[in-house]
Write a new protein. Structure first.
Length: 347
């Protein structure tokens, strides 16, 4: 680890401990804003940053296919975390930014990261025209419906175009997403209807790809309970055009907290409370010195969902400053399709 990176990590209000994004389960602090029920979103402003909240992300995943049908996965995430609420110019800014970029193939997984301090133009987000960036990595466009994405590392890169084919969807109660029985919550919406196409650059060369993208927007100040140890998050796109987001937050008392959103092909949503969604590990893989579930049974009985969700590449470990597992999955069973799985807190 270089000296600059070490200094930045010392400033982060959460670190790479057992929970994955571990500081999400600590007290928010009296000065940070806290999500409240009955939110009123304002667009395009809410596509931009919310510096009065402690944490925030712009989180894109995509399932892609090459000309020969080979499946690939892509991730790009920009995170904002605050030492204190608000913004200021120059080094007085309390905002810290970092980003992850990854590509998954059936045989390999590539991942890298960037870090930046706010206030000096190195990283940030703007609502309109939309732009989220860190160094030369960027997700930007004239609006949230039409975007271009560029990022890369030593062994990979991507240059992609995205066009939304459906509406934004809001999770929980109109975007107020409860995360625990104690009432921790976030503001959470998604654009799960992107068509995406472009070029992956891998050690073997350039590959033209097409597919579907899913962008999550979320911000909060304390979305997890102190007794929650990590989460399993699924974004599933079915061949009949329906989609589903579901997560479970693992708790130290084994009483997991879950929630789900059913998304009809036209974007109409139905929210499901704790207990309606279930994810059960079927197979594990030894990854980075730990046992990680990489095949799951996922059920949402009220929508007839009983599927097997299997990792394209079980070794899709994000070996970064904050480590976790994330990669594309295949769906079989009552529904078929493709999706993405993120898992944190596996030691």
């Amino acid at each position: 680890m270089n000296v600059r990176l070490a200094a930045i990590l010392l400033l982060l209000p959460f670190s790479a401990q057992s929970q994955g994004f571990s500081g999400l389960g600590t007290e928010a602090g009296a000065d940070f804003a806290v999500p409240a029920p009955n939110p009123s979103f304002s667009f395009p402003a809410d596509h931009g940053p919310h510096p009065d909240y402690r944490i925030e992300w712009w989180y894109l995943t995509a399932n892609l296919s090459g000309p020969d049908g080979t499946p690939y996965g892509l991730q790009w995430t920009l995170f904002r975390t605050a030492l204190a609420p608000g913004e200021a110019e120059g080094w007085a800014s309390p905002q810290i930014w970092f980003a992850h970029a990854a590509v998954t193939t059936p045989e390999a997984h590539f991942a890298t990261e960037r870090f930046a301090r706010g206030g000096i133009g190195q990283a940030g987000a703007e609502a309109a025209p939309f732009r989220a960036w860190i160094d030369e990595w960027s997700l930007e466009g004239p609006d949230f419906d039409t975007l271009s994405l560029r990022a890369g590392g030593a062994e990979f890169a991507y240059d992609m175009d995205l066009t939304a084919q459906g509406p934004l969807v809001f999770h929980g109660d109109k975007g107020f997403s409860v995360k625990s029985s104690e009432g921790q919550a976030s503001y959470y919406y998604s654009q799960p209807f992107y068509d995406i196409s472009g070029t992956l650059t891998l050690p073997s060369g350039d590959i033209d790809v097409t597919g579907a993208g899913w962008l999550d927007r979320e911000w909060s100040s304390q979305p997890l309970s102190e007794r929650q140890s990590g989460w399993d998050w699924f974004s599933l796109s079915f061949e009949d055009g329906a989609k589903m987001m579901g997560f479970q937050l693992r708790q130290t008392d084994d009483a997991d907290f879950s929630a789900a959103t059913w998304i009809a092909p036209d974007g109409t949503t139905t929210a499901f409370p704790d207990g309606a969604f279930a994810a059960t590990p079927l197979e594990t893989t030894q990854v980075a010195g730990r046992e990680v579930p990489t095949t799951w049974q996922v059920r949402l009985p009220e929508r007839g969902v009983d599927v097997r969700v299997e990792a394209l590449n079980p070794s899709a470990w994000m070996d970064l400053a904050i480590p976790y597992w994330e990669g594309p999955v295949a769906i079989t069973g009552s529904h078929t399709g493709r999706g993405y799985l993120e898992m944190t807190g596996y030691d």
